[in-house]
Design a protein around this ligand. Structure first.
Ligand SMILES: C[S@@+](CC[C@H](N)C(=O)[O-])C[C@H]1O[C@@H](n2cnc3c(N)ncnc32)[C@H](O)[C@@H]1O
Length: 234
């Protein structure tokens, strides 16, 4: 991330070195997209969620934020009160920008009740080892830290015909040789195979957990992604 030379302010709530994903996964994640490609993708997603018309002083926490491309996207859209949370100190250290970062476990978040207007997750929930139990713990935490009128925005992989096609193509050895991005995606999928497959094969259980904590404002699955927005159920 090269948004500025500002080194990130990281508040450490757990011991460092608690990577949930192995070094091979992190290496593949870093070569899947350049930071600029990733930020452009995040800006597109946020615009499709309608972020351009949200108050720019909304207090936002992007959980499972990784190296912070989503935080940079929020900053470029004009948001001024942005925080990120992740368990990987090595990924957090790559972020450059003004957001406050928290090295913390998203299953047990060190934040006050009713403290955020918006919580976002992009491609983090499918890393949780136990579905539905860990998902339930995480979403209970999101609901707890969101203000009653806050909103939870989610983008996660979702089994659609397009996703099946992408995996079929990127699993072909010839494609992995010829197409670097496809090789990086296949390498990431291999490293996270167990949690990823577990996520993709339990759509009903996952939606039931969402429904137990949030009232859906949006729930679309297309192009291999779930795009969800929901408000806390009181
Ligand atoms: C696929 S990456 C997504 C990163 C970022 N949202 C993006 O789209 O580029 C998943 C992230 O989840 C983090 N992670 C996994 N389990 C976590 C947990 N229990 N608490 C906090 N972060 C976690 C990993 O360190 C990793 O950065």
């Amino acid at each position: 991330m090269n948004e500025s030379n500002q080194t990130p302010k990281i508040i450490q709530h757990v011991a460092s070195g608690q990577m949930c994903c192995d070094p091979d996964w992190e290496a593949a994640y870093k070569r899947f997209e350049t930071p600029e490609e990733e930020i452009a993708k995040f800006i597109g997603r946020l615009k499709r969620f309608g972020f351009e018309s949200l108050p720019k002083d909304a207090r936002i926490n992007e959980i499972f934020c990784g190296r912070g491309g989503g935080l940079v996207a929020l900053e470029r859209l004009g948001f001024t009160d942005v925080e990120g949370t992740d368990l990987s100190d090595t990924l957090l250290a790559e972020y450059r920008g003004a957001a406050t970062l928290h090295l913390a476990d998203c299953l047990c978040m060190p934040f006050d009740d009713d403290s955020y207007d918006i919580v976002i997750v992009q491609g983090g929930l499918h890393h949780l080892p136990k579905i539905p139990d860990d998902l339930d713990r995480c979403l209970a935490e999101v609901k707890r830290i969101l203000k009653p009128d806050g909103t939870f925005y989610v983008i996660e992989p979702w089994r659609t015909p397009f996703l099946n096609f992408v995996h079929f193509v990127t699993d072909q050895p010839i494609m992995r040789k010829l197409y670097a991005k496809g090789d990086a995606l296949a390498a990431m999928t291999e490293c996270e195979r167990v949690t990823y497959e577990n996520w993709l094969t339990h759509p009903k259980e996952i939606m039931a957990v969402f429904d137990s904590h949030f009232k859906a404002q949006k729930a679309n699955s297309s192009w291999g992604k779930l795009a969800y927005a929901g408000t806390p159920i009181s």
